[in-house]
Design a protein around this ligand. Sequence first.
Ligand code: NAD
Length: 496
Amino acid sequence: MISQNAIDTLRKVEIGARGLFIDGAQTDAMKGAKLTVTSPIDGRPFASIADGNAVDVDRAVTSARKAFEKGSWSRAAPAFRKKVLTKLAELVEKHVDELAVLGVRDNGTEIGMAYKAEPLSAAGTIRYYAEAIDKIYGEIAPTADNVLGLIHKESLGVVGVIVPWNFPLMIGAWKIAPALAAGNCVVVKPPEIASLTLLLLAELASVAGLPAGVLNVVTGRGAVTGEALGLHMDVDAIAFTGSGPVGRRLLEYSARSNLKRVFLELGGKSPNIVFADAPDLKQAAVVSANGIFRNSGQVCVAGSRLLVQASVYDRFMDELLAATTRLKVGDPLNLTSDVGAVSSAEQLDKNLGFVERATAEGARLVSGGGRILAETGGSYMAPTIFENVTQEMQLAREEVFGPVLGVMRFKTEEEAVRLANSTVYGLASAVWTSNLSTAHRMVRAINAGVVHVNTYGGADITVPLGGVKQSGFGRDKSMHALDKYTDLKTAWISLG
Ligand code: NAD
């Protein structure tokens, strides 16, 4: 883990103006436009990024297509791609401190979490797909003797990657690494408020030996650069993580352009269900508080709906309140902070709007509820808990993407399942119980891409992540993610 001294040195490093990364080099946006980067730690500007437009996206896609056609990456032996990506993983590890602090200055995640979840996890992801890629075979179909049916796995071509600001490097790596490993060329559109680490990743990739044009990064506003990527006629697929409304737009862009395939990882309103026979109520309370409040609740799988069995409700709530009170919110670059800053002033306002409506709708505020540490100039919010939340309330239905927890009580397993599934989302969930049968029944009954049992979060790269219903489709992570970035080609060969 990084030391406080190292953090304090790195937090002062001048960042200056960062360009786009196209065709293996930094470059200005065609119009020379820039966006100011403000840190949510203190509300002060500390860098600028290029404000790209459709012409810049076209430059990046053209470079990616040229690189793809050239074949020095796409047709290279998988063992070569493995070597370069392994080198990239090593470089990310070598720059782990720099990447971690840069990312925290950009989006405010507490360093303890950011360090592991961003650069270290990205390095692990890149290494995982690097190691995998020369171990995947095509297939020979079971046919009659007079033919040979071969099934080739081919790369798609140019893949667009669009990611959100909560964990841009980790989520970016979940898409970039398998796409590159499978031989594609990539154009990344980072989130406008947290672009810096992905720009540095592209530079490190170049140092690692990735040929020019294979990985490009176009920064800028989503409605401009993201739309241009989504509508581009020469992009073969878009891998997206972000909000539902933008996901819907990407499907429209695809329909209006070249029918590119679109993979969506969207939001959630994940139920965290505590049965009376949870193995350790205190432990469940501590993990549940972390499961909603770390990174100020800006975690797609955050357990934002807590369902507690009535017979242990009061005991559990006492433990939860104690665990929440112990969380220290503060400067995300201080190693003693458990929770950092909300990513932007706009996101903080949005969170406070949810608090206002929950109160107006009759939910009972039992912890937090407002902005704190305003004197720092940064965007900080107290971990917030509402009780007496009902299914009709906005807090039960809509994703806050902030440190706001809604609590409900239930009596029976059937009621818990009904409440858990009463949502348009289906990303993650958790069940706390000592009963193996209850656990397995709940795993089957909950409509979600992930069901945790007696824990919350922490799943590693070996297992898929993604949702059902309006949480999207397609899976990041694990060997299954490679399917999104490869196509099957049949060779049907007559043997005479
Ligand atoms: P967002 O949808 O506003 O933005 C995501 C990305 O899309 C950004 O890079 C943005 O610039 C870009 N974008 C914005 N408008 C666009 C447009 N018109 N066309 C193309 N691209 C556009 O989401 P956000 O606020 O950055 O992130 C929060 C959301 O992401 C939450 O809903 C959260 O649940 C979700 N999320 C999901 C997962 C998951 O794995 N399922 C993980 C993290 C975050």
